[in-house]
Design a protein around this ligand. Structure first.
Ligand SMILES: Cc1cc2nc3c(=O)[nH]c(=O)nc-3n(C[C@H](O)[C@H](O)[C@H](O)COP(=O)(O)O)c2cc1C
Ligand code: SF4
Ligand code: SF4
Length: 270
């Protein structure tokens, strides 16, 4: 296979997916000629052109056992031309369930050929210092794993004469995919964020919100029907003014912080 360029595409409100994708890219050893952060709403209005001779590396976080919905909706609009793809999901140490199969399936339907897939662990979006869940991940060990995975991908590319000769990769997951409706019904629409007096109206939270739910002029004004609970605004706030309200989300974080103590390890599929 002749790969002339590398494109990175990721959705990453709290930055763990981005870290993993960049580490895999370092291992592949090609300088990315395009890095498309589809967390930003304006980038999800863009089209992505791809060709046979480039590799696309796609990273999406796991929400409710599925690949994150906004990312998937955008990925459904891009077209490959037998373009080799690496599919990666990042999850918060609970489980990745059907997400990797879902991502791989969408890429395949759209004309890409998955040549490698993986699931990595990132600090849970709901994690904070009181309720740590996979805190600090990806850590140095995860990053080393991701770089080595990148080297394996490069070796596979170099040792494969023609992409059509590759066998389909099998990944965990089952049909029908987990139904997100119940989780969304319980959690979406929750009034998540409290804004304290430390707020200096810097507008940072509105800029990192992946769905435009925060009014940039009045940071306390959040459209709870748009909010996807990603916690980007809470984690990025420079003054600590944004906190999570005493809601169901806080209780879930408390429970997960207790029950998800066992460290899970990354898995790759070639
Ligand atoms: C609404 C929501 C649902 C989530 N569902 C899961 C899940 O089913 N399994 C899991 O292990 N982590 C889950 N997570 C945690 C994220 O997958 C994890 O924190 C990931 O590292 C976030 O990626 P990012 O840092 O790129 O935003 C969920 C997070 C959110 C916000
Ligand atoms: S990021 Fe924090 S300080 Fe800045 S506007 Fe938002 S809540 Fe206020
Ligand atoms: S308002 Fe909701 S969707 Fe927007 S950054 Fe905050 S948690 Fe994420």
């Amino acid at each position: 296979m002749n790969i002339e360029s590398l494109k990175l595409v990721y959705f990453s409100p709290t930055g763990t997916t981005k870290k993993i994708i960049e580490a895999i890219a370092r291992g592949i050893g090609h300088h990315p000629n395009e890095q498309l952060d589809i967390t930003k709403p304006k980038n999800r209005n863009r089209q992505l052109m791809t060709s046979k001779n480039e590799l696309i590396l796609v990273g999406v976080p796991v929400y409710f056992g599925r690949a994150q919905e906004n990312a998937i909706n955008w990925l459904k609009t891009i077209k490959g031309n037998s373009t080799p793809a690496v599919c990666v999901v990042v999850y918060g140490n609970r489980e990745y369930d059907d997400s990797l199969l879902e991502l791989k399936e969408i890429m395949t339907k759209n004309g890409f050929i998955p040549i490698a897939c993986a699931a990595y662990i990132g600090e849970h979006s709901f994690s904070n210092f009181q309720t740590p869940i996979a805190a600090g991940r990806p850590d140095a060990k995860d990053i080393l794993h991701a770089e080595s995975f990148g080297v394996e991908i490069r070796n596979k590319i170099e040792s494969t004469a023609e992409i059509s000769l590759l066998q389909e990769i099998s990944v965990p997951g089952k049909y029908p995919f987990i139904d997100m409706a119940a989780s969304k019904k319980n959690l979406f629409g929750v009034d998540l964020v409290d804004v304290g007096s430390q707020c200096v109206q810097c507008g940072g939270c509105a800029l990192v919100c992946p769905v435009g739910a925060i009014d940039i002029e009045r940071s306390a004004s959040v459209d709870k029907n748009k909010c996807i609970l990603c916690h980007a605004c809470v984690k990025h706030c420079p003054t600590g003014a944004r906190t999570v309200k005493d809601t169901m989300v806080k209780n879930i974080a408390l429970r997960m912080s207790d029950s998800l103590q066992n460290r899970k390890e990354p898995r790759s599929f070639m």
